[in-house]
Design a binder for this molecule. Structure first.
Ligand code: ACO
Length: 426
């Protein structure tokens, strides 16, 4: 096949190289387009624009395929742990026993927050959203580790620190919200068990022993959220990082991007929506009619990339079912969720628009079953996504071709006009 694409513009014919990926997905390389022709491309929402080549995550949205570094998400969810998957994403291969032990040790070693930072939590109002706290606390880490202001991808301490401290910050913000003292990390616990301990330990109760079933469910949730190539928050991390800002600053920006309800905030919005349907009498068909009339949006459905099914949602549905049975919880919101899914999968409106449950549709049910409050759901997403953000930041920083991210625009505002003094304006 011809490895060039031709652009015909007026009398000019311009050839551009085709770039091919591992699965023969193709892109037109337009890097020299403006220099050679004066034209730029306009692609609102980046529906067709590849921002980078990447070796981290492969998605085939048409066939519901998701792989981290070549490993199918289904296999990782079944056999791996979050820390092992984090290592895989950040460093490119599954770790040896020694590598994993050393990675886990460095994460454990960095789990404490500087005591001064612990006092920051006292300054936030009790109604503060935990994502506001998380993003500002992560950015504040750059004040405590000033060498991060000169970003260095070989400084593994910053990487371990981020993964570890993000977990501590998330749990501390929850405990503070409950009006309880924070629970310091326990180094003998594994990553997820330690998080559950920091979240749910109560000073007046016996020592909290994390339930292995909850630990496993959390591991799976975090693995499934660990990366998703060039989504809104990851692109934000890359864009901010491309200015050579500190890693903490870039990740903090990614956390803010994740917060929105059209991205990571959807998991919180799903539970809000299911609760509304329950309060209105549980009539799923009536709700779906309103969605079709565009009065409401079916949160947790639809995806920019997946046009058949989201493989993460399939895995999570099974785990939600299993965990609810294990904990003997009957959650009416889970029943409503299943009914909505049934209606959507048989209704032409949703079929024609390729609207299927996404990862956020069932994650909230699992978090609820684990006792994690709705407001914390997006924080949980951030905790899972941290290795992906770091992996992309590292890949970008190591790419010799990378330049500061700076899109162009087509200006459609007023043409030149002269300044009118205030006294002369009508
Ligand atoms: N409910 C109802 N209709 C929808 C939904 C939805 N959740 N999602 C898309 N549609 C409709 C749109 O109205 C549009 O219909 P039209 O062509 O008749 O105008 C069509 O489907 C295409 O939708 P777009 O908004 O163009 O799709 P886009 O790719 O821009 O948006 C998005 C994707 C933001 C995820 C969207 O599906 C959405 O808002 N979903 C709900 C929020 C959500 O769950 N977000 C989480 C995404 S996963 C993640 O970030 C981890």
């Amino acid at each position: 096949m011809n490895k060039k694409a031709t652009l015909q513009y007026g009398d000019t014919s311009y050839e551009m190289p085709i770039v091919e990926g591992s699965y023969a997905e193709r892109g037109v390389d337009i890097r020299n387009l403006r220099k050679d022709t004066g034209l730029i491309t306009l692609d609102s929402g980046f529906m067709n624009t590849g921002a980078t080549k990447s070796e981290i995550t492969f998605i085939n949205g048409e066939e519901g395929v998701l792989m981290y570094r070549g490993y199918p998400i289904e296999e990782l969810a079944e056999h791996s742990t979050f820390l092992e998957t984090a290592y895989l994403l950040i460093y490119g291969d599954l770790p040896t026993k020694t590598e994993l032990a050393s990675f886990a040790n460095s994460i454990t070693y960095h789990s404490m927050l500087h005591e001064d930072m612990r006092h920051f939590f006292d300054g936030y109002p009790s109604l503060a959203h935990p994502m506001a706290i998380l993003s500002s606390m992560v950015c504040s880490l750059s004040a405590y580790y000033p060498d991060s202001l000169e970003p260095d991808v070989h400084n593994h301490e910053h990487i371990a620190r981020l993964v570890s401290k993000l977990r501590t910050i998330a749990a501390f913000s929850f405990q503070k919200k409950q009006g309880r003292p924070v629970a310091y990390p326990r180094n003998e616990l594994n990553f997820c068990a330690n998080f559950l301990h920091m979240m749910f330990s109560h000073p007046a109760e016996p020592t909290y022993e994390p339930d292995p079933e909850l630990v496993r469910a959390l591991d799976v949730l975090l693995i499934l959220h660990a990366d998703h190539e060039q989504n809104c928050s990851t692109s934000t991390v890359r864009l901010v990082g491309s200015s050579q800002a500190s890693l903490y600053g870039a990740i903090s920006a990614g956390i803010c991007a994740l917060w929105g309800p059209l991205h990571g905030g959807a998991n919180q919005a799903v539970i809000g929506m299911l609760g509304e349907i329950q309060d209105e009498g549980g009539d799923c068909s009536a709700f779906m009619r309103q969605v079709k009339d565009r009065q409401r949006r079916l949160m947790g459905f639809g995806h920019r990339v997946y046009k058949d099914f989201d493989p993460r949602a399939t895995i999570l549905k099974t785990h939600a079912d299993r965990l609810l049975k294990y904990l003997a919880i009957e959650d009416p919101l889970f029943d409503i969720a299943q009914q909505l899914e049934e209606v959507a999968l048989s209704d032409p409106f949703f079929i024609e628009r390729n609207l299927y449950p996404n990862v956020d549709f069932y994650s909230g049910i699992l978090y609820r079953a684990m006792g994690i409050p709705t407001e914390m759901f997006t924080v949980m997403f951030a905790l899972g996504r941290i290795p992906g953000w770091i992996a992309h930041w590292k890949e970008m920083m190591e790419d010799p071709e990378v330049r500061i991210g700076r899109p162009r625009q087509i200006y459609t505002g007023a043409t030149k006009r002269n300044y009118v003094p205030l006294s002369d304006r009508p």
